[in-house]
Write a protein that binds this ligand. Structure first.
Ligand code: GLP
Length: 241
């Protein structure tokens, strides 16, 4: 695990975008793992502006979202499918049919989770997975206690995560209780993982997963076992290291 401390979000976005740009140039049909939340936004902004400037081509690339809420109606602006479209894929020339997310509205959620695993495998696996981290150390929606070998499945959000995500909804009552998320085993299969954490509110989680034991109580700690994990943090998020 390589931890890179940078002055701010602009530099974090640029460094992550460098890795993604290099990947897409080397492998035009690269498979990108896409995360929601505020942390990846500087990456998406930087990629969109490089695309606008010309020369960066996502026309053969694939995108796979990490997770999705269960129970939001199709097209809900806070469904992660919509967020990923709005924040990234609609801003570049990735083909809409090449952008996938777990189906949180499926009648048979278990079958939908298995289908999602199969879809990732069918394109050869994720080349570069973008990640944020929750204040409780979750990645995707793998809350504390998640099996370190888990695959895409249904999870229940803990109260703190619903509080953290309430800012995207009218009220906390509107935040779903259930989600479908790639498992930690699924995330670990990505060939390169780039995790972004910024702000003092992430300092404890960063310390726990970078310097603490590898343990299910802090899901992101599994990344200590990943052969190519890059952790991009600002000084505030690094302040407890
Ligand atoms: C949500 C997402 C995670 C994300 C986390 C942190 O819970 N499921 O993928 O990493 O929020 O979000 P933020 O980057 O906004 O702090």
């Amino acid at each position: 695990m390589e931890v890179v401390i940078l002055p701010g979000t602009k530099q974090i976005g640029a460094l992550a975008a460098d890795a993604i740009e290099a990947l897409v140039r080397r492998k035009p049909n690269a498979v990108l793992g896409l995360a929601t939340g505020s942390s990846p936004l500087p990456i998406y902004d930087e990629l969109a502006s490089r695309y606008d400037a010309g020369g960066l081509d996502f026309s053969q690339a694939h995108g796979f979202a990490l997770d999705e809420y269960v129970g939001l109606e199709a097209g809900h602006p806070e469904s992660y499918r919509e967020v990923i479209r709005r924040e990234f894929t609609n801003r570049v020339n990735i083909k809409p049919e090449n952008v996938h997310g777990p189906d949180g509205a499926a009648a048979d959620l278990e079958a939908a989770c298995q289908a999602y695993e199969d879809a990732i495998k069918a394109v050869g696996g994720v080349d570069l997975q973008i990640l944020g981290v929750g204040t409780d150390g979750h990645i995707g929606f793998n809350e504390p206690g998640s099996s370190l070998a888990s695959r895409t499945r249904i999870k229940t959000l803990i109260e703190q995560t619903r509080k953290d995500n309430a800012r995207f909804f009218d009220s906390i009552d509107d935040v779903p209780h259930h989600v479908v998320t790639q498992g930690l085993g699924t995330i670990m299969d990505a060939r390169h993982v780039v995790l972004v954490a910024t702000g003092a509110q992430k300092a404890q989680a960063v310390r726990d997963f970078v310097e603490g034991p590898v343990a299910a109580i802090c899901a992101a700690s599994i990344l200590q076992m990943h052969p190519h994990a890059t952790i991009l943090v600002d000084e505030a998020a690094a302040s407890s290291l």
